[in-house]
Design a protein around this ligand. Structure first.
Ligand code: CAA
Length: 260
C-alpha cells in the first residue's frame, strides 16, 4: 500500500511506523488516521512483527495534535463524528491491538498527539519532549480519549490540572507523574525503544496479547477485570507458546516462541 502521510520500516521483528507530516508538526488529519488504521491492521496480521514502534518524523514533534485547520469549521455533528471515528479507527484500536505498541515521543506531543502516545502500551520520551492537552485553549476538550486515559495514567487531580490549564510539561515531569515510562536523550530515544522491543520480542506473543486484553479489561465498562484475567490465563494453556515455554524451562534451554 502506498501511503502519503506515514512511513513503514521493518527491522527483524520490529515494525516502525512514522507519522510523516513534519511541516505540519505531524498533525493528525483524516487521511493520516485512515492510513494509520490500515498500517496497524496489517502489522497486527503480520506474524513476523512482534513489536511496533510509533514515532513522528524529524525531531520537532511526535504529533502536535488533531489537525486544527481541518476541523475549524465543523458543526456539532461533525465534531462528534471526528471524535467517534478517531476512537474506533485509531485510539481504541491501538490500545486493544494484540501486538504491543511503543510510542517514541520525540518532541511536541500535544492534544491528539499525547492522546495517541497514551493509547500506546508504553511511552518512551526524549528530553526535548513537551507534553500537554491544550484543547481547552481552542474552545474544545480532548476528544481522542485524553479525558479518560490521562486520568487512568496519572490520576484525576493531575489530569484535571493538565486539561484545565492547557499547560505543557517536560518528559521528566511526565515520568514523575507516571505518564512516561522512560526518558532519554534524543539520540538514545530509538535505541532505548529498541532495547525494550527486543526484550518483549523474546517472550510469547500469545501470552503478551492475552496480557494486553487482561490489563485493558479493568477499564472497560461492565467488564470484570479479574474474570477477564481468568479467561485469558486459561486460554494460554491451549497455545503452542505455552507448551514451548514450559518445556524449555524444564529442559533448561531458551524458549523459541512461534506465536501460535
Ligand atoms: N493542526 C494543524 N496544523 C498544525 C498543528 C495542528 N494541531 N500544530 C502545528 N501545526 C502547523 C502550524 O499551523 C504551522 O503550519 P504553517 O507553517 O502552515 O502555518 C506548522 O505546523 C508549524 O507550527 P508553528 O509555526 O505553530 O510552530 P511553533 O514552533 O511556533 O509552535 C506549537 C509549535 C506550540 C506546537 C504550535 O504549533 C501549536 O500550538 N500547535 C497546536 C497544538 C494544539 O493545540 N494541539 C491540539 C489540537 S486539538 C486536538 O488535538 C483535539 C482532539 O483531542 C481531538
Amino acid at each position: 500500500m502506498e501511503y502519503q502521510n506515514i512511513l513503514i520500516e521493518q527491522k527483524e521483528t520490529v515494525q516502525y511506523i512514522t507519522i510523516n507530516r513534519p511541516k505540519q508538526l505531524n498533525a493528525l488529519n483524516k487521511q493520516t488516521i485512515e492510513e494509520l488504521n490500515i498500517a496497524f491492521t496489517e502489522a497486527e496480521e503480520d506474524s513476523n512483527t512482534r513489536v511496533i514502534i510509533l514515532t513522528g518524523a524529524e525531531d520537532k514533534a511526535f504529533v502536535a495534535g488533531a489537525d486544527i485547520k481541518e476541523f475549524a469549521n465543523f458543526s456539532i455533528e461533525e465534531g462528534k463524528l471526528l471524535s467517534a471515528e478517531g476512537h474506533t479507527k485509531l485510539f481504541n484500536f491501538i490500545e486493544n491491538l494484540s501486538t504491543p505498541v511503543i510510542a517514541a515521543v520525540n518532541g511536541f506531543a500535544l492534544g491528539g498527539g499525547l492522546e495517541l502516545a497514551m493509547a500506546c502500551h508504553l511511552r518512551v520520551a526524549s528530553n526535548n519532549a513537551k507534553l500537554g492537552l491544550p484543547e481547552v485553549s481552542l474552545g474544545v476538550i480532548p476528544g481522542y480519549g485524553g479525558t479518560q486515559r490521562l486520568a487512568q495514567l496519572v490520576g484525576k487531580g493531575k489530569a484535571n490540572e493538565m486539561i484545565m490549564t492547557a499547560g505543557m510539561i517536560s518528559a521528566e515531569e511526565g515520568q514523575s507523574w507516571g505518564l512516561i515510562n522512560t526518558v532519554t536523550t534524543p539520540e538514545e530515544l530509538m535505541p532505548a525503544c529498541e532495547k525494550i522491543a527486543k526484550k518483549i520480542s523474546r517472550n510469547s506473543p500469545k501470552a503478551i496479547s492475552s496480557a494486553i486484553a487482561a490489563v485493558n479489561a479493568q477499564y472497560k465498562e461492565g467488564v470484570d477485570g479479574y474474570l477477564a484475567e481468568i479467561t485469558e490465563f486459561g486460554k494460554c494453556f491451549g497455545t503452542s507458546d505455552f507448551k514451548e515455554g514450559t518445556s524449555a524451562f524444564m529442559e533448561k534451554r531458551k524458549a523459541v516462541f512461534t506465536g501460535e
